[in-house]
Design a binder for this molecule. Structure first.
Ligand code: CTP
Length: 413
């Protein structure tokens, strides 16, 4: 994605350097446009070195390229971080006296402002009116964080952390292109929990309701994808507009996934797949033995065998086909954390073990995540970027964040 990072003159300009890294490490092409005042806080060499591009503040550098028009026109996202009170005022009133403000007037892509200033300036009716004007025109204005400001004072006005800003940028692009951002793509999502039958009336199962997978399928559909939902024992209805393939067991799910991913662009393994199944299936109901004197209290021993690891198999098949990053493969992990590691540590190890591109780690407990309407997840990327934490939030919010991450990956490659 072609990103313009505008930096205006506030102390928080140093944090914009981390935001710039976040974008470049994800494969985005970033042009930094600082204001003159911003360069008093962080100099041009820093921006040039981190972005790998020359940096200009005025409209007179490289004038043959008409930069005051071209940079804005070609941008797919403009983010201004930090946005000072002065910059917000200029943007709201359409002034264009330097390269950044001119770029804001020519951009037709999503625009994100991340204000940072003292609390008094932020709360002043003039600033609030400017923010309202920018939002009414469709820009995203991120709420500043509350906390310690430049001096000893504290209150709302801090620039949010780079990771949060990055998420807001992806969300703005996702929202702007939301309705059609996955148009033309074929997506396969597995959902629910497999059941491994013991006899005609019993099975080994798990607590998965399928809500998260259904939310992912619905969101992909909303963004324009053609969606196949491989559904195992859902406790909620499948969304409309998606093709549903119903399965019960892990082995059936493996067969359905293998068939469906052949021409898919993205595959998301959200289902809770049983790792084991009973070695044998009793064709008739397993009965208690009935000793005449009632003395027999024996119980059968159920022998289990391993189920296929579907996700690992999909990764292996892709490597065998040599189809690069198609499909993008996303796994989920249900982790409680234990003596051997935290949720994040276990998830990072699982991401490596499974070899998928993204891993969405759910924090689970008996009363959390399974069957609930909200959850907390960490989205980990195989390229080693820091994890993005979402929630506690509704499963639809988690679904949107996961598709934003996948969308970013699809655009970057
Ligand atoms: N998965 C799979 N096939 C299996 C087990 C899991 O495809 N037999 C997928 C899940 O859909 C999920 C990911 O692997 O995307 C991780 O599932 P999880 O149950 O957390 O991991 P396991 O591999 O089962 O590891 P463990 O139980 O040791 O934590």
């Amino acid at each position: 994605m072609r990103v313009v990072l505008g930096v205006s003159g506030g102390i928080a300009a140093y944090k914009a350097a981390s935001l710039l890294r976040r974008f470049t490490e994800s494969g985005h092409d970033v042009t930094v446009v600082p204001t003159e005042a911003a360069l008093r806080f962080v100099g041009a060499p820093t921006w040039a070195a981190l972005s790998g591009k020359p940096v200009a503040t005025d409209v007179w550098t490289g004038v043959d390229q008409v930069p005051h028009v071209r940079i804005g026109q070609q941008a797919q996202l403009v983010v201004v971080a930090p946005a000072t009170a002065d910059l917000l005022a200029k943007a709201a009133t359409g002034q264009a006296d330097d390269l950044l403000t001119a770029t804001l007037l020519t951009a037709r892509c999503p625009v994100v402002f991340a204000p940072a200033m003292h609390t008094e300036m932020w709360l002043h009716p003039a600033t609030q009116a400017n923010v309202a004007t920018l939002r009414a025109r469709g820009a995203t204005v991120v709420e500043p964080a509350a906390g310690r400001l430049t001096g000893a004072d504290s209150g709302p006005g801090r620039l949010p952390e780079p990771e949060e800003l990055y998420a807001a940028c992806l969300a703005a692009v996702g929202t702007a292109g939301g309705q059609g951002s996955l148009q033309g793509l074929r997506v396969v999502v597995s959902a629910g929990g497999t059941r491994e039958p013991l006899d005609p009336v019993r099975f080994l199962g798990n607590r998965s309701s399928g809500k998260q997978g259904v939310a992912l399928a619905a969101e992909a559909r909303r963004r324009g994808a053609q969606v196949v939902l491989v559904a195992a024992n859902l406790a909620v209805p499948a969304p409309s507009g998606v093709t549903v393939r119903t399965v019960e067991t892990a082995v059936q799910m493996e067969a359905a996934m293998t068939a469906e991913v052949a021409d898919a662009d993205v595959v998301v393994m959200c289902a809770a797949v049983a790792d084991f199944r009973p070695r044998s299936y009793a064709a008739t109901k397993i009965k208690k033995t009935h000793a005449a004197d009632g003395s027999d209290d024996s119980a059968p021993v159920i022998e289990l065998v391993r189920n296929p690891d579907i996700l690992a198999g999909l990764v292996r098949d892709r490597a065998r086909r040599g189809s690069g990053l198609r499909p993008v493969i996303v796994g989920f992990a249900a982790e409680t954390g234990d003596a051997s590691g935290s949720v994040l540590e276990l998830a990072r190890a699982k991401l490596t073990r499974k070899g998928c591109d993204l891993l969405v780690a759910n924090e689970v407990g008996v009363d959390t995540t399974f069957g609930q309407d909200s959850s907390t997840v960490h989205i980990l990327s195989a390229d080693g970027r820091p994890a993005r934490t979402v929630g506690p939030a509704g499963k639809d919010v988690v679904a949107a964040a996961v598709w934003d991450e996948i969308g970013g990956r699809l655009r970057a490659h």
